[in-house]
Ligand binder design. Structure first.
Ligand code: FES
Length: 105
């Protein structure tokens, strides 16, 4: 499985993704600049990403705590999600996201 992640310089990276991993963990494991300060506990918003249009409808609906936390993020858009709340599965093979501002290390 793969995901495609665009970094803050606009460069797209193809990352190997494992079932059950959080997208945030995959991005960090690869060494891209994503702070993800709380380690996936949904209480920091520094793992904020923009999900590309064709994928946004394929994700699980946001839970209330993700929505609340996103309110704290910078430059939130309709396709904003917290990458620690996206669990990798076969259905998301090929997922495309862009690292949002305010999440740098
Ligand atoms: S890592 Fe903190 S909310 Fe995702």
């Amino acid at each position: 499985m793969k995901i495609f992640v665009t970094d803050p310089d606009g460069i797209e990276h193809e990352l190997e993704a494992l079932e059950g991993w959080r997208v945030m963990e995959i991005i960090k494991d690869y060494g891209l600049p994503l702070k993800a300060e709380c380690g996936g506990a949904c209480c920091c918003a520094t793992c904020h990403v923009y999900v590309s249009e064709e994928w946004i409808g394929k994700l699980f609906e946001m839970r209330e705590d993700e929505e609340d936390m996103l309110d704290e993020a910078m430059e939130v858009r309709d396709n904003s999600r917290l990458s620690c709340q996206i669990l990798m599965s076969e259905a998301l093979d090929g997922l495309k996201v862009t690292i949002a501002p305010g999440t740098e290390i």
